[in-house]
Design a protein around this ligand. Structure first.
Ligand SMILES: Cc1cn([C@H]2C[C@H](O)[C@@H](COP(=O)(O)OP(=O)(O)O[C@H]3O[C@@H](C)C(=O)[C@@H](O)[C@H]3O)O2)c(=O)[nH]c1=O
Length: 182
């Protein structure tokens, strides 16, 4: 597995070793030993999630105030632009983000530790999004950081879409970083 550091010290891009042959390919999508070694400590996952979205869907940027979730995310079918924003007030990279394309060809995974906000934009006609989480879903404390808050300076690849991104009302009414801190 190739481990790529990012601008946020504890966010990593992971590229699993892909074994291709005449049948197709094989990869280990998660191996506790290799994953824990890659990020430098042990992580226990408690939930696996799967969503499917059509092109132009933007989910996020989500976080849970109670029971913050670490997430190991990947896209086995399709292409997305994936973003993690550091909203931990005491972090040296507070307000910064990591953005990377995850797709069915690069097999990239993103490790997002607990406490960050996370979201993605679908760039292919459809995309399946799979992720493991370190804590359970806690809807009562779920919140949205506004995806296009200028303070975040996220360069979403909107030029790849023919329409505006499709969001839920909840996500359209997300909080700005300033509102989050208030
Ligand atoms: C996230 C989640 C949703 N649900 C339900 C609630 C709701 O009726 C339906 C759709 O929920 P949402 O609209 O919140 O789904 P979605 O917008 O896909 O939410 C996800 O977005 C990405 C960006 C993340 O980072 C995830 O942690 C999660 O917040 O699924 C669960 O039952 N368990 C879960 O863990």
């Amino acid at each position: 597995m190739n481990v790529i550091k990012t601008a946020i010290a504890d966010v990593f891009i992971l590229e699993p070793k892909v074994f291709g042959d005449a049948r197709g390919f094989f990869l280990e999508s998660w191996n506790a030993q290799a994953f824990n070694a890659a990020i430098g400590h042990e992580v226990a996952f408690v939930q696996d999630n799967h969503s499917r979205s059509r092109k132009g869907v933007l989910r996020g940027l989500h976080f849970q105030r109670v029971r913050p979730q670490g997430k190991l995310v990947r896209v086995p079918i399709g292409r997305v632009y994936d973003v993690a924003v550091d909203i931990r007030p005491d972090s040296p990279t507070f307000g910064q983000h990591v953005g990377t394309e995850l797709n069915e060809d690069n097999h990239r995974q993103l490790w997002i530790p607990p406490g960050l906000a996370h979201g993605f934009l679908v760039l292919s006609e459809s995309a399946d999004f799979l992720y493991k989480t370190t804590d359970f879903y806690h809807p009562a404390s779920e919140a949205t950081l506004l995806w296009n808050d200028p303070a975040l300076k996220i360069d979403w690849p909107l030029h790849e879409l023919s329409d505006e991104p499709l969001l839920t009302d909840k996500d359209r009414q997300g909080l700005t970083l300033a509102e989050l801190l208030a």
